[in-house]
Write a protein that binds this ligand. Structure first.
Ligand code: CP
Ligand code: NVA
Length: 307
C-alpha cells in the first residue's frame, strides 16, 4: 500500500469527522455486543505492536485486550527493554515492525517521532499519546459524554487546568464534533497557539481564558487532567499557578445540574480536582476508563479496514 492508502490514526484534526463518527458508532455497537457483519473475530490472524516510551495502564491494557477480544494478537515493546533504548532509530523500528505486524501503536514524547514512525511504516500507526496530543482518549471521552448527555454537537464542555496534550485533543474534538469548548488555564500553560488558530480558522467555538468560574457557567461537562504530565517538571511554581483552576464542588455548581465530570486518569485528588468531585455524583471517570476498551477496538477496526 502507498502512504496515502494506509489508515493511520494520528490526530483528530487530520481525520474526516465522518470517520471519527463511524469509529464512535462502531465502538458503541461493540459495547452492546454487536459486531461488524456479526463476526466476533474480525481481526483473526492480525497482530498489533505497541511501543511505549512512557508509562501506561489504560492504553496498554485496553489496546492489548481490545485486539485479543477481536481475535488478534498484541505485543508490547518498551523503550528500555528494546533496541530503541540503545539508539535504534524510530524509522528502522517502523520498517522492521511493518514486516511482523498489521498495525503499530506508539506512545512517545515528541510529535516528530510519531511522524517518523508513520512515514516509515507500511502498516497503520496509532497515536497512543505524545507530548502534544492524545486522540484515542478523546474517542472514549466523546463516547462517554454522549452516553450521559446525548449528542455532543452544540453542547458546552469546560476544561479547567493545564493546557496540555489532552487540552489540545479536546480542541481538535470541539471542531470535528461541533461543540463549544471553554478552556480556563494559566496564561503561560495555554495550548499551543497554532492549535488555537487552527480552531478559529475552522470556525470552532473554542475560547481560552484564565477565569474558571466564567468558563464553567452552563457547562454540560467539566474536564481536567493532571497538573504534571509525563515529561513535565513538577515545580512548586507550576502547582501554585494551577491551584485556582482546581475543579471543586463550587465550580461544579456553576455548570448545569446534570453536568458530568471527566478525567482521562491517572488522577491526583486534592490537586486538579477534589476527592468530592471525582468520587461524587457528577463523575463518569470509570465509564470513561471502560470506554477506552471499546473505543480502541473501534479505532483498530477502522485502521485495519474492517469498517
Ligand atoms: N488515560 C490514559 O491514557 O491512561 P494511561 O496513561 O494509563 O494509558
Ligand atoms: N496529560 C497526561 C495524560 C496521561 C494519560 C500526560 O501526558 O501525562
Amino acid at each position: 500500500k502507498t502512504g496515502a492508502e494506509v489508515r493511520h490514526f494520528l490526530d483528530l484534526d487530520v481525520l474526516p469527522p465522518e470517520t471519527l463518527r463511524k469509529i464512535i458508532e462502531t465502538s458503541r455497537a461493540l459495547k452492546r455486543g454487536e459486531f461488524p457483519n456479526g463476526n466476533r473475530k474480525p481481526l483473526a490472524d492480525k497482530a498489533l505492536a505497541m511501543i511505549f516510551e512512557k508509562p501506561s495502564t489504560r492504553t496498554r491494557v485496553s489496546f492489548e485486550l481490545g485486539m485479543k477480544k477481536l481475535g488478534g494478537d498484541a505485543v508490547v515493546l518498551e523503550r528500555e527493554s528494546s533496541q530503541l533504548g540503545r539508539g535504534e532509530t524510530v524509522a528502522d523500528t517502523a520498517r522492521v515492525l511493518s514486516r511482523y505486524v498489521d498495525c503499530i501503536m506508539v506512545r512517545t514524547t515528541k510529535e516528530q517521532k510519531l511522524k517518523e514512525l508513520a512515514d516509515n511504516a507500511t502498516v497503520p500507526v496509532i497515536n497512543g499519546l505524545t507530548d502534544r496530543t492524545h486522540p484515542c482518549q478523546l474517542m472514549a471521552d466523546v463516547m462517554t459524554f454522549e452516553e450521559h448527555r446525548g449528542p455532543i454537537a452544540g453542547k458546552r464542555v469546560t476544561w479547567s487546568g493545564d493546557g496540555n496534550n489532552m487540552a489540545t485533543s479536546w480542541i481538535h474534538a470541539a471542531v470535528q464534533f461541533g461543540f463549544e469548548l471553554n478552556i480556563a488555564c494559566p496564561g503561560n500553560l495555554a495550548p499551543p497557539q497554532d492549535v488555537v488558530q487552527w480552531a478559529a480558522k475552522k470556525g470552532g467555538k473554542v475560547r481560552i481564558s484564565s477565569n474558571p468560574q466564567e468558563a464553567a457557567k452552563g457547562a454540560d461537562c467539566i474536564v481536567t487532567d493532571t497538573w504534571v504530565s509525563m515529561g513535565d517538571q513538577d515545580t512548586l511554581d507550576r502547582t501554585e499557578q494551577l491551584r485556582r483552576f482546581q475543579v471543586d464542588d463550587a465550580l461544579m455548581k456553576l455548570a448545569q445540574p446534570g453536568a458530568v465530570f471527566m478525567h482521562c486518569l491517572p488522577a491526583h485528588r486534592g490537586d486538579e480536582m477534589t476527592a468530592s468531585v471525582i468520587d461524587g455524583p457528577h463523575s463518569v471517570v470509570w465509564d470513561e476508563a471502560e470506554n477506552r476498551l471499546h473505543a480502541q477496538q473501534g479505532i483498530l477496526l477502522w485502521c485495519l479496514g474492517v469498517i
